[in-house]
Design a protein around this ligand. Structure first.
Ligand SMILES: CC(C)(COP(=O)(O)OP(=O)(O)OC[C@H]1O[C@@H](n2cnc3c(N)ncnc32)[C@H](O)[C@@H]1OP(=O)(O)O)[C@@H](O)C(=O)NCCC(=O)NCCS
Length: 155
């Protein structure tokens, strides 16, 4: 259950946020975390589409969005720092990132999720994602992922 309380500031990302994002990546994803240099280079391409949550002066969550010229968007990263979970920050971030994709006129948004990651899976489904595919070794051995899609515009 989400507890009520202070709300984070949801805003677009800047280069000053990268160290905070990387720290959360490392905390949450260990060997699958994006290294700082990858985040820095992804930022050059897609940083204007990234959404962060700031709480008490620090980045406490993010959605790393990439949108192609063909209006296809991917959420390449999504996490909330452990000490900020269960307060609705994750849902706020997802809704803000989806709104950004709508404004950018993306047709659809994709994301991958481990089938056993019930918290993230349920949250994605709650905001409108549905399963579109499954790969048993999406990120290599023992790293299965479901691919979920959210259709923003029906053409
Ligand atoms: C997934 C994640 C971003 C959710 O962040 P969060 O800020 O805790 O999410 P919210 O507080 O908005 O909660 C969303 C829903 O999940 C539920 N939830 C949160 N933590 C939960 C937990 N540990 N167990 C079960 N449900 C949980 C909440 O009750 C809420 O449901 P509700 O709105 O129906 O009450 C966070 O758990 C996380 O960073 N996980 C590790 C990284 C990860 O798995 N990222 C996704 C990769 S695909």
């Amino acid at each position: 259950m989400v507890t009520s309380g202070p709300v984070p500031t949801i805003r677009s990302a800047g280069t000053d946020d990268l160290a905070g994002i990387q720290a959360i990546e490392w905390e949450q994803f260990s060997h699958l975390a994006y290294p700082y240099f990858v985040l820095r280079q992804l930022f050059e391409l897609h940083g204007t589409d990234w959404t962060v949550a700031e709480f008490e002066g620090r980045v406490c969550g993010y959605v790393l969005t990439a949108i192609s010229a063909e209006r296809c968007a991917w959420f390449l990263g999504f996490a909330v720092a452990g000490h900020c979970r269960g307060r609705g920050f994750g849902r706020n971030l997802l809704e803000a990132a989806l709104e950004h994709c709508r404004k950018a006129r993306a047709d659809r948004v994709f994301v991958t999720v481990r089938p056993d990651n019930r918290t993230a899976y349920r949250l994605y489904e709650d905001v409108g994602f549905v399963r579109s595919d499954h790969e048993a070794a999406y990120f290599g051995r023992d790293e299965p992922r479901d691919v979920l899609v959210h259709k923003l515009y029906h053409c």
